[in-house]
Design a binder for this molecule. Sequence first.
Ligand SMILES: NC(=O)c1ccc[n+]([C@@H]2O[C@H](COP(=O)([O-])OP(=O)(O)OC[C@H]3O[C@@H](n4cnc5c(N)ncnc54)[C@H](O)[C@@H]3O)[C@@H](O)[C@H]2O)c1
Length: 696
Amino acid sequence: MKNLIKRLPRPYSPHNDNTIKLSAFAHLRETLNMSFKEQIQQGIPTELPSPKQYDSSINHAPKRKDILSVEEKKLALRNALRYFDVKHHTTLLPEFKNELETYGRIYMYRLRPEYEMYARPISEYPGKCEQAKAIQLMIQNNLDYAVAQHPHELITYGGNGAVFQNWAQYLLTMKYLSQMTEEQTLVMYSGHPQGLFPSHKDAPRVVVTNGMMIPNYSKQDDWEKFNALGVTQYGQMTAGSYMYIGPQGIVHGTTITLLNGFRKINKATKGGLFVTSGLGGMSGAQPKAGNIAGCVTVCAEVNKKATETRHSQGWVDEVISDLDELSSRVKEAIANKKTVSIAYDGNVVDVWEKFDKDNVYIDLGSDQTSLHNPWAGGYYPVGLTYEESNEMMVSNPEAFKAEVQKSLVRQAEAINKHTAKGTYFFDYGNAFLLEASRAGADVLDTKNPMREFRYPSYVQDIMGPMCFDYGFGPFRWVCTSGNPEDLQKTDKIACEVLEEMKKTSPPEIQQQMTDNIQWIKGAQENKLVVGSQARILYADAEGRMKIATAFNDAISKGKIGLVVLGRDHHDVSGTDSPYRETSNIYDGSQFTADMAIQNVIGDSFRGATWVSIHNGGGVGWGEVINGGFGMVIDGSKDAQRRLESMLYWDVNNGISRRSWARNNEAVFAIKRAMKKNPMLQVTLPNFVDDELINKM
Ligand SMILES: NC(=O)c1ccc[n+]([C@@H]2O[C@H](COP(=O)([O-])OP(=O)(O)OC[C@H]3O[C@@H](n4cnc5c(N)ncnc54)[C@H](O)[C@@H]3O)[C@@H](O)[C@H]2O)c1
């Protein structure tokens, strides 16, 4: 109650008439008397809450492009108002119009709940089934202020990765979840809860689609337009699927990438230099991963707020604003083989150019600006201040686009100079090479028909052949009790399972087993939890099933509470993305999305608690289809049956496709899987002699 009173909204200016004041205060009085559970159960309140003042202490989404015509704006307002009783329309219309004009979207700020947003223990959620309560927990985690990038705009990460389009959708969804039984399924259309439909116990409790467009309407501006109209959203990967676990997932993925990257160039991480950019939602994990791997990391960031956040969280050790100082600090750290991460407070292009001029040798180089969203705040061009860019992208989008493209060309030129000296540069799945090539930068591979760009993506060289093709990917779990001791117990269980498996694992996957055992042993010490009590590690199908089975057993014995199993969409089978997850597929099928669609369909009838399929995560709207699942295990026999059936398919589907694409590692993995389970029969490729083909 105290918290609630402290957070009372301040008086609001433009539309404050007496009616609003009276009804708002009536609502407030009512809310103050309501428990958290009752507030969830009420959904959209019958009396409107008082308007909220824009809180500038919070990180907000940039103003979106003014893309709608006058008639389309009317449509967007009509669309927004359909969530509300007609008696509220005259009050809400000017407010929503103002939001649309000021921010380019209608977020319905007024509806943002008063209670604190975080993943509570599952017992604190209202509901008729544990599965639906667990989903409420996962949704709140994605909107937790400590977790989400723009919490008031319901954006979890990546600049536009939305959980919902507006607060009415949030309220309504939570209400449905609090009402649903095990005989119903909630249908989510891009953040909008279509409703509860009768189904059955083994069906998913929630089916999520995000940004599913008719293919010809899947360009960047289509997202701007249809999102502004309120009919679709960019769900990213784990934002709109309620499976984000804070930066831990990306810390792990980046650590694995860096370790394997240094192995690839035969260089020890100690005394090695990694240069990159971005201290945002995902990119902010890079310096921490660099520290875990043991190298020197330089990460440039133009947004001071993002730098301050990561520095205050201890995710980056030092902040330097002067290029000369940066150069000498880095040289000294390399010479002394220090493990240190340094944020450069400025543009990454300046760092690449300065290090070239000063002959600072870079071992590994990458980039993690948000180039999946290049024209609306994902990439800040060199030569403009952060503020100037933010202003220009709205007032003169065409000129801004030109600046971005000029900057990308300059960045690529500087990178090319470094790679000529020996730097290993990789695209980090943020569409850097794609956008740089579109800008006319010299990044195309003219010699190798198998590769479009002169630099590999991290999946082509590292993650694909070393992890995904063997079935290793980002398995994760959340302890729904919220008790850190449960997480500790699950860490121990997972470690024991992996150590046991490692004894008989073939040499091909020993390195992955070792890396992940080391990771899980250090996980508690590295204090990776932000938000829910969650853990990630890379495991193959067998590892995931064995770990999940051991958890289910521990739950049935009352040793731990219920667990949510899941994974990042960025995995073996979940994502079709020709410039990222499937960039190491070379049979032409990297431009198809059958695997991701098959995966989500297959997961849904094999026992997933919720499934999701999205257009646009990671590399951009129209560039990728990605899907995922969540599965609540409760120690029951039903849970055991479901986890065995679904996890097996969820990994082997992708391995079979990778094997059909003639990836040797995947052929090895699928043959091994078939040997263990005669029910699995996969079509294997025949390899054609290159000489025969070339003679043609
Ligand atoms: N490879 C992977 O596994 C993986 C995982 C997650 C995200 N990504 C991709 O990485 C990108 C970043 O994700 P995010 O969640 O961190 O996004 P974000 O928008 O939160 O962070 C990007 C940061 O880059 C900064 N920036 C932009 N231009 C800059 C410049 N020229 N110089 C210095 N800083 C600049 C921005 O200020 C921002 O803070 C996205 O495109 C995302 O899709 C890749």
